[in-house]
Design a protein around this ligand. Structure first.
Ligand SMILES: Cc1cc2nc3c(=O)[nH]c(=O)nc-3n(C[C@H](O)[C@H](O)[C@H](O)COP(=O)(O)OP(=O)(O)OC[C@H]3O[C@@H](n4cnc5c(N)ncnc54)[C@H](O)[C@@H]3O)c2cc1C
Length: 365
């Protein structure tokens, strides 16, 4: 190891996964909580590409469920999509963070808990317990309320607030995810995800809650015909919905990753895709000193997210339910592939020739 330290702020997937790809430097991760992955906030849903990518690095146990059926409830009706192979996978969090951490520690890197790190007065300095600490490189993966983003870039405009209710239940179709669109959360969707034979996750997100979350759960369970038993857990968190930063690097010393950028998919709020693409590139760039690896991968990811960002803004204004309506139509035409879940960009391009017809159908149902 070279004698200098890389400092990583945040023991979430972005901080941990980036650390996993650093071999030539000692890494110290600072995490403000007493363990990784808590408090829980994520639904953990990813597509095939990311599930494969994560399991190839971390082993298959991080995926604890797969789904090959989707049912959409939109203002224009109910649509069911069946696939031969799974289209959506459930990543167990916090197991994801715990498994990455084990690997990171076995490389000789270190994690220090219960410390909230603040930015210092230079990009290579951070404040730890009131003391200045210098790092060879600083990697800020401090999540959706990133202090480093706030100090060095423009603040976030908005966050969606997502909430999950976990219940015991009986009448579950274990293979099916149900997605609902309605006026209770007009700027995002609601999701019903089986976690095992008798446990369900009911989730939803919105920019501002006009209706009490308990009432939203009541509505969803009635709509999908779920008999809810005892409530096991409620958790949630913030999903940044801004465009990704132009360049998440300050003076070639400070780097941002994950929700601090953010690299979340604007339509679904999924952050694991961007993180699992970007983190290896960032780690390898720091190791080799060749930042072009990170810059190239970031450039590709950013332009895809930007496309989706503008499409999402549009749907938030005219109807968040329109994309699944189009997707259901593409499914009936046989041009939807199970790997499209990861590739909203490809989905968008595929749907373009259908757009005039779909606009007519939406305006004159
Ligand atoms: C309701 C909800 C549902 C979601 N569902 C999905 C989904 O289905 N699929 C998907 O792919 N993504 C989903 N996401 C998004 C995904 O969870 C995030 O994109 C991902 O967790 C971001 O990882 P991160 O490492 O950047 O940040 P985080 O996971 O937030 O981790 C940041 C870490 O940094 C620590 N930290 C913060 N500030 C400091 C500080 N100053 N000093 C020290 N430590 C600090 C925090 O304690 C935390 O451990 C969801 C998010 C929410 C809120």
């Amino acid at each position: 190891m070279i004698g200098e330290k890389v400092i990583v702020i945040g023991g979430g997937p972005a901080g941990l996964l980036t650390s996993l790809y650093i071999d030539r430097y000692d890494v110290v991760i600072y995490e403000e909580h007493s363990s990784v992955g808590k408090p829980k906030h994520c639904a953990g849903l990813v597509g095939e590409k990311i599930a494969k990518r994560l399991t190839s690095i971390l082993g298959s146990k991080i995926i604890d469920n797969k789904y090959n059926e989707i049912r959409f409830y939109t203002p224009r009706g109910k649509f069911e999509l069946y696939f031969k192979k799974p289209i959506i996978y459930h990543v167990n969090r916090p197991l994801l963070e715990e498994v990455i951490l084990d690997k990171v520690l076995s490389k000789g890197h270190e994690i220090i808990y219960n410390v909230k790190v603040k930015p210092g007065n230079r990009p290579d300095i951070v404040i730890v317990d009131g003391r200045e600490v210098r790092g060879y490189k600083i990697i800020a993966c401090d999540g959706p309320y990133s202090l480093f983003r706030r100090k060095y870039f423009r603040p976030y405009k908005q966050h969606l607030i997502g909430i999950h209710y976990i219940y015991r239940t009986k009448n579950l179709d274990e293979n099916m995810i149900q997605i609902l669109y309605n006026s209770l959360t007009p700027d995002f969707f609601q999701w019903v995800t089986p976690l095992d034979t008798d446990t369900v996750m009911i989730g939803f997100a919105t920019l501002t809650y006009q209706v009490h979350p308990d009432k939203i759960v009541e509505y969803i369970s009635r709509k999908v015909g779920l008999e809810l038993g005892s409530k096991i857990e409620v958790y949630g968190g913030a999903i940044p919905v801004d465009k990704p930063l132009k360049k998440p690097i300050v003076d070639n010393v400070l780097f941002l990753n994950g929700d601090a950028i953010p690299v979340t998919k604007p339509y679904t709020g999924g952050g694991l895709l961007g993180i699992s693409i970007l983190s290896p590139a960032l780690g390898k760039s720091i190791d080799s000193g060749d930042l072009s690896i990170f810059e190239r991968i970031y450039g590709i990811l950013k332009s895809r997210i930007n496309y989706e960002y503008f499409a999402t803004i549009l749907t938030r204004k005219i109807g968040y339910w329109i994309p699944p309506y189009i997707v259901s139509f593409m499914y009936r035409l046989g041009i939807l592939d199970h790997s499209d879940y990861d590739n909203h960009y490809r989905l968008f391009l595929k749907s373009l020739p259908l757009t005039p017809y779909m606009i007519m159908k939406i305006l004159y149902p």
